[in-house]
Write a protein that binds this ligand. Sequence first.
Ligand code: G
Ligand code: G
Ligand code: MN
Ligand code: NA
Length: 253
Amino acid sequence: LGMIRQLRTDFAENRLELWYQPQLNLNSGKVIGAEALLRWRTADGQFISPAVFIPLAEYSGLIIEIGDWVIKQACKQIKSLEKQSFNDVSISVNVSIPQFKRENFVSSIIDAIKHYQVNPSKLELEITENILMDEPQIVIDALNQVKAEGISIALDDFGTGYSSLSYLQKLPLDRLKVDRSFVIDIAKPGQSIIADTIINLGKQMDLKVIAEGIEDKDQEAHLKSQACDEVQGFFYAKPMPADEFLAFLKNNS
Ligand code: G
Ligand code: G
Ligand code: MN
Ligand code: NA
């Protein structure tokens, strides 16, 4: 509970930062976007991992305010990229279950897009299949509204959650993210079956496929052999502050 109180105070004092991990087109090597990832820098300069504080934010309800801030921050970032003529760079934000349960979730996103006057297709929401665990219809309705606004939707951590394949056809998706756990051993004999199958499934469904967690060139070579569209991983770049992302973009576009 002490930590929740500290999170609330630090959020109010602007100690949360949004960092960006580049996403590249595998063929061209050019940056096509970034995943926005929260970082919490406490007053004494320590970083606390989102893997630790996101569950606390969800449990305490703080995720609503933090999630609003993340979406506004991402729109602001898209605007600033557009101003520097990077019009084709998209920003993906992770969205938690409690955010969807809120009445005005969709209108809050639309407000942010209008406020910053950004192209909605440059904003992508990353959802996980776990958001369908309860009240799937509420979530599917919200996603359909989001999609109708031209905002993109990606399914994150695909294949690691609790839902069934039948939902894949009910969700208005643009992109499938191949989870890092399926990528880690793909260069080893016989260890790439799940990743290969997910890539193929995504292509058959006319979705863009992005693989996550690439750490070496053998993994990259395997993904090229499967014609995977896009990649994200430490091999290319780690998550970085906005100014460093801009510099990375200038060098890789
Ligand atoms: O960046 P890192 O690998 O430490 O992130 C750990 C986890 O925190 C990941 O599962 C990621 O999706 C989640 N996360 C990071 N930023 C956000 C955010 O803005 N909102 C939500 N809901 N989750 C986030
Ligand atoms: O759950 P989600 O897919 O949103 O998590 C994204 C997290 O994965 C980010 O916090 C990011 O730091 C981490 N990540 C991204 N690329 C790599 C990688 O190549 N290796 C490892 N170990 N983690 C990665
Ligand atoms: Mn993600
Ligand atoms: Na993932």
